[in-house]
Design a protein. Structure first.
Length: 595
RNA sequence: AGCCUCAUAGUUCAACGGAUAGAAUAGAAGUUUCCUAAACUUUAGAUCCAGGUUCGAUUCCUGGUGAGGCUACCA
């Protein structure tokens, strides 16, 4: 039983003994810094049951708690807030029991609660950009957080490898590519393919302009530009299995995959399985057929199949075209069912997809529920805001994108120049430095993106580089490195925490503040998992590090003459470092030994 | 037009319905014979507007205003 539960029970008991009232629960709130105390009980909510003034109730219950629980040192009441202070012995005891836990705060795995986390899911016609970076970081972090909260997680993605977009790149390469390859040009495969996607669009626009000059309407021109017609012809060839087209498709997709893998590796994300749209786009058609029989779907005269969601406040939605071909929704229905079949222990799924598809997922989840799948209750759309530039939305066709690879390189360069200026890396080899700069640069970028609530949109200004000072990844990495420096110098045994027997007061206020923040980690992990929010982990870690730095600056650790205190402080620092490492691990951010 | 999301210091972000709305950054002022100054300590500065529910509202409800998104037999 933790301390909050103990206090709750005592308050309930105290209220019953003093007032004859049975409280259902007790409301806690963190004690504000301006007041003395370590936790606060809100008395106001009891007023409906207890007929007394809040001040008096607080006094009565506070006294009851001090008498009942040895962990409680004192209390004070301010305007109906009962502030409670714990004894140093309580803090020390709690610290001692958590000290030896290797991943303090992580729940023990429960394999029954398996979940699929889908993220990334790119198109194969262009390189990854900043928007994908947010997707990847979020998806990966949420997967790690769910794991830490005790669930079994399968990370997966569906690759959009088929459709008109890749045909555009293919056609453009065929026409203007001069048989270029990643090898012949030295370009990453995804960049090379993306180059021809942009080239396609250039010609397409030129053709439209020419047609407009001939007096053709914009609408017609957009639909009937020759190069577009040619791309559509190519898509039909692909669908009919034309060997040459399929072969080119395979070649160019392979280039892209190789490029993606490099970027994933640099970003530090990974997947347990991959789904390809070319394999799954026909899935779901059988389900649609069954759904018609069950009356979930209905067929129009032209042969198209629909679902009527007007009773649920949505509209009618098509699930199969009149020519019998699948739409996106059909395939998503099929893929969801396929995944549950592939991972039999799975009871839920998380889809990491931008908020422009909120409506799509609302409809998808509703359809799956109507089809009667029990797991359909456990689907979550991890919807996140777009990453916009000051000039507006990123558009790959117009070249206004922040390329993921370029961005990572720039971040590492910035880290390098700051580091070299500070000049703390004597003795490091060039290779060690390179890897450190990459770690710091990525730390800055990842933290910058993950500390923001996923559902909010991010405005990214490439001119104002991501910060390395203040509430940033490098600040937290720096604190970790500082602690490592202390640990390297502390060549004495810290495996046993001193007991401070017979001493009532031995903790510095900075130590108390730090311990309180440390103890919040387990519930923060659970909260982050429940809310699918890496931002909660990021903000927690920042608060912990702020608290540590204040402690570090105000309290001497290795310089402390009292041996017991010195050992305790080193142990406390060590635990803080472990939690920084673990929490940053949940965000996919590494921490350095030195920086 | 309908539906969805968002709106907090100059800027970027916080705040289970709780106390005097927290940080960072930019601004002002300090801290290095001392464990890494990418740090610490002061300081000034904000809840879009109008109602409502509540002991208590940045948070919940209604109506405005502003920004973004979605309303394809595209993916």
């Amino acid at each position: 039983m933790n301390i909050s539960e103990k206090i709750e029970q005592s308050v309930i008991k105290g209220a019953f003994e003093s007032y004859g009232v049975q409280l259902a629960k007790v409301e806690f709130v963190p004690t504000r810094n301006d007041f003395e105390g370590d936790t606060t009980v809100v008395v106001f909510s009891m007023l409906k049951l207890i007929k007394d003034n809040p001040e008096q109730i607080g006094q009565t219950l506070g006294q009851y708690l001090v008498d009942a629980l040895e962990e409680i040192k004192s209390f004070n009441v301010v305007k109906g807030f009962l502030n409670i202070s714990f004894t140093d012995a309580y803090f020390l005891h709690t610290f001692t029991t958590t000290y030896t836990q290797t991943h303090f705060g992580f729940a023990t795995p429960n394999s029954k609660e398996a979940v699929v986390v889908e993220y990334s899911s790119p198109n194969t016609n262009k390189p990854l950009h900043l928007g994908h970076v947010r997707n990847n970081l979020l998806g990966y972090a949420v997967a790690k957080i769910l794991e830490a909260s005790g669930r079994k997680v399968y990370k997966t993605q569906i690759i959009n490898d088929r459709g008109i977009h890749i045909c555009k790149s293919m056609l453009s390469w065929k026409k203007f590519g001069n048989k270029e390859t990643p090898e012949s040009t030295g370009l990453k495969g995804d960049s090379l393919v993306g180059k021809y996607y942009v080239a396609f669009d250039k010609v397409y626009k030129e053709e439209i302009s020419a047609m407009l000059a001939q007096g053709i309407s914009l609408e017609t021109a957009e639909k009937e530009a020759p190069i577009l017609m040619e791309a559509q012809k190519m898509l039909r060839l692909w669908e009919s299995g034309d060997p040459e087209t399929v072969s080119l498709w395979k070649t160019m997709n392979a280039w892209v995959y190789k490029g993606f893998e490099e970027t994933y590796k640099r970003l530090g994300v990974s997947f347990d399985s991959y789904y390809y749209e070319s394999d799954t786009y026909l899935l779901g058609k059988d389900v649609v057929a069954q759904g018609i029989e069950n009356g979930v779907f209905f067929k129009r005269e032209d042969g198209s199949v629909w679902i009527d969601l007007t009773d649920d406040g949505l509209d009618e939605k098509i699930v199969l075209r009149s020519d019998g071909t699948a739409v996106y929704m059909t395939q998503d229905i099929g893929t969801a069912i396929q995944r549950v079949a592939d991972f039999p222990d799975v009871s839920g799924m998380v889809y990491t997809v931008g908020n422009e598809q909120d409506y799509h997922f609302k409809v998808l989840f509703l359809i799956l529920k109507k089809l009667g799948f029990s797991w359909a209750q456990q689907l979550f759309h991890l919807s996140y805001g777009m990453v916009d530039l000051p000039s507006g939305k990123m558009k790959s066709r117009e070249g206004t994108v922040v390329d993921a690879d370029d961005l990572i390189t720039e971040m590492a360069d910035t880290a390098a120049s700051i580091s070299e200026d500070l000049g703390k890396l004597t003795g490091y080899t060039t290779a060690e430095k390179q890897s450190l700069f990459q770690m710091i640069g990525l730390g800055a970028l990842k933290y910058y993106i993950l500390k923001v609530d996923p559902k909010k949109r991010i405005l990214f200004d490439p001119k104002e580089s991501v910060d390395f000072q203040g509430n940033t990844g490098p600040f937290i990495q720096y604190t970790y490195a500082r602690i490592q420096s202390i640990l390297r110098k502390a060549n004495f045994d810290t495996s046993l925490i001193p007991s401070f027997d017979g001493e009532e007061s031995f903790l510095h206020e900075k130590e108390v503040a730090l311990l309180k923040q440390l103890f919040l980690f387990p519930e923060t992990v659970q909260l982050a998992a429940q809310n699918y929010s890496p931002a909660l982990i990021a903000n927690y870690t920042y608060d912990l590090v702020k608290e540590f730095n204040s402690f570090y600056q105000n309290v001497s650790i290795l310089g402390e003459s009292n041996e017991d205190l010195k050992i305790f402080r080193v142990a406390l620092s060590k635990k803080v470092a472990q939690v920084i490492q673990d929490s940053f691990g949940l965000l996919g951010i590494e921490v350095p030994e030195r920086m």
